[in-house]
Design a protein around this ligand. Sequence first.
Ligand code: NAP
Length: 309
Amino acid sequence: MSAIYDRVALIGLGLIAGSMARAMREKGLAREIVGHARSAETRATAAEIGLVDRVFETAAEAVAGADLVVLAVPVGAMGDVAAEIAPHLAPGATVTDVGSVKQAVVQAVAPHLPDGVHFIPGHPLAGTEHSGPRSGFASLFQNRWWLFTPTEGCDPLALERLQDLVRRFGAKTERMDAAHHDLVLAVTSHTPHLIAYTMVGVADHLKRVTESEVVEYSAAGFRDFTRIAASDPTMWRDVFLQNKDAVLDILGRFTEELFVLQRAIRMGDGQHLFDYFTRTRAIRRGIIEAGQDTAAPDFGRSQPGPGEG
Ligand code: NAP
């Protein structure tokens, strides 16, 4: 298979960048892959396991001569990284990001980038609760969506080339407006994460149930919550701070629904509960039919998990 880019620079060497590096290697999609991470420890690990061909101490050095630059750092760090690399980008290079929030990233990154550099914001709907340079794997993006939110005037050839890359990872691509992306993700990912964090927090505070009972008798629902609530704290702090409006909107709606269900339980309105759960069951069926999860009893959680973030 022929290479799509000559030199790809990965800024941030965690789960997503590491999975991209492995997928590019496996399929020969880049002639050279270079990278940078903030800490000396992560850079040393990346070099030791050969995650990329060369590791640089600074992001500025890493992006020099790259025809694709991928920003794979927490969304709150994107702006500073963009400011640092901007003077060092090669003319005609494409810069993309993999951040879980799009409007805030566009606002933070776009003003720094020079004319002649193509900025194409993106977001793979794929992840696990693991992070760091050792956590990635080449098949992470298989059959997952990779959403792009190109701004007006985006170069169609640069976009097609980038979409071609991620399709070769096995991903499906779609373009949408950044504000719409943020609302969709607030519903499908960000608010559910917040609910999981809250539920695990509730169990933690409930001293009448001992810690050993929570662990010992952990049933499927709670177990799934704990898996989600084990996700990287930095990444998720940034997601909520950067997608504030959409998350608060969905959280408001969630709270209203919760009160309705709470009232139905208090009033013994079984019909309401039954009808509600019948509707939600159909949504679950739709997700399985769309190939976005498995109907296996453990939800396939022994396999790499479906899209997070
Ligand atoms: P991760 O495994 O925690 O890796 C983050 C990487 O960014 C680390 O290598 C870290 O370096 C580096 N980094 C942090 N701040 C930096 C800075 N200021 N300058 C340079 N490097 C910096 O995270 P991830 O899961 O790959 O997430 C990366 C991005 O992908 C985030 O924007 C996230 O929203 C998005 N995303 C995540 C998922 C998911 O489920 N995990 C899914 C889709 C999209 P050190 O190790 O040295 O700190």
